[in-house]
Ligand binder design. Structure first.
Ligand code: UT7
Length: 337
């Protein structure tokens, strides 16, 4: 049977370190508030004044993943690019990355599922592989948030949580009898939650999609979030999706070696861990260093854990899962072979 396996990972973290104290210099916030409410200590943003889009960070992460897989860009059958901060409105960052990789006709797909973008992408790659449509796929999650944040006190609840970054994965279909690779995926969405976490402008639904008055006088081109509502929804849906995947696969929770939650808020992940009665050491968190990098957070976490040899041994079983804008949520159970 054909199984989808992760051949390699890579990540790109931009160079500009932004501490909580740095943010406190430009808006009314504090290191204490940010640490207490989110666990975040710092994040990285792209350098000031340079043109650098999601595909540029994605390219850096992709080159590392490709090299580790021993693949040339020409070996790829397909590229899937997850981002909520595309380089330009259209075409998608996947096409831009494809060109930057020197490719001429390899298909590229953008996924606009925000915090669960990587999960939707991996589930899509798994389906493409199992259906025979592609066999070697590059998946990228990349975000440049910093050029689109409200850096005044008005935007402090959202701005302090976001970091820039990219993660990439090379995945491949292999014929095997082993119960390994992507064991199961579960994806969900509820568009009823769209307004709880969104960026409205530019908006095709408006007679003028980019009204200058709105940009000058309102925050409608910046992300807005009903933080406590999103927090509570996340804590409801993450356990639900965990139970769903356990039922679907028949794998008991204590056979999962490492949990990789989306890095939205350390408090969400800690509450999840306590609720599910999981050993704290089994829940991977790095939001303290990078902030919330949205579609990039899970592949960056996976890359870091693999670099540290925390996971990656034959038989290691990991759970990748998350909740975010859309609302969207989901989980993927994966076993290394
Ligand atoms: O990745 C996508 C999914 N996103 C998430 O899962 C995020 C979920 N939500 C959260 O992480 C949290 O709701 C936040 C970290 C965004 C906010 O934390 P909170 O504990 O829910 O705070 P709050 O929004 O209820 O605000 C509490 C107070 C307010 O002041 P008052 O009204 O009590 O006087 C805010 O104005 O904290 C104030 N506040 C801040 N103060 C200092 C909000 N942001 C800040 C800030 N610094 N950055």
């Amino acid at each position: 049977m054909k199984r989808t396996i992760i051949r390699s990972t890579g990540k790109a973290i931009p160079s500009r370190l932004v501490t909580n104290d740095d943010l406190a210099e430009i808006m009314d916030t504090s290191d204490e508030w940010i640490r207490q409410r989110t666990g975040i200590e710092q994040r990285y943003w792209i350098p000031e004044g340079v043109e650098m889009g999601a595909s540029d960070l994605g390219l850096e992460a992709s080159k590392i993943a490709l090299e580790r897989a021993g693949w040339k860009p020409e070996d790829l059958d397909f590229i899937i690019f997850a981002t909520l901060s595309p380089d330009i409105t259209f075409p998608g960052s996947g096409c831009l990355l494809q060109h930057k990789l020197g490719l001429k006709s390899t298909p590229a797909l953008d996924v606009r599922q925000q915090c669960t973008g990587f999960l939707y992408s991996l589930a899509t790659a798994d389906s493409y592989i199992k259906s025979g449509l592609a066999n070697k796929i590059l998946i990228v999650g990349a975000e440049v948030h910093s050029t689109g944040l409200d850096k005044s006190t008005r935007g402090r609840d959202v701005t302090v949580i976001f970091g820039d970054g990219a993660g990439a994965c090379c995945v491949e279909g292999v014929e095997t009898d082993e119960d390994a690779g992507v064991l199961a995926s579960v994806l969900h969405a509820d568009g009823g939650g769209a307004e709880a976490l969104m960026v409205e402008l530019p908006a095709s639904r408006l007679p003028d999609r980019l009204p200058l008055d709105a940009i000058n006088n309102t925050a409608r081109h910046y992300p807005v979030m009903n933080g406590s509502f999103v927090f509570k929804q996340a804590l409801r849906k993450l356990p639900e999706v965990t139970k769903e995947i356990l039922t679907k696969t028949g794998v008991p929770i204590d056979k999962i070696d490492m949990f990789f939650p989306h890095q939205a808020n350390l408090r969400i992940n800690q509450a999840y861990q306590q609720l599910m009665k999981i050993d704290e050491k089994k829940v991977f968190n790095n939001i303290q260093k990078y902030g919330n990098t949205t579609a990039a957070s899970i592949p960056i976490a996976l890359d870091e854990a693999m670099e540290k040899n925390l996971v990656g041994k034959k038989g290691d079983t990991i759970f990748l899962f998350g909740f975010g804008a859309g609302f969207t949520w989901g989980g993927i159970l994966y076993r290394f072979m």
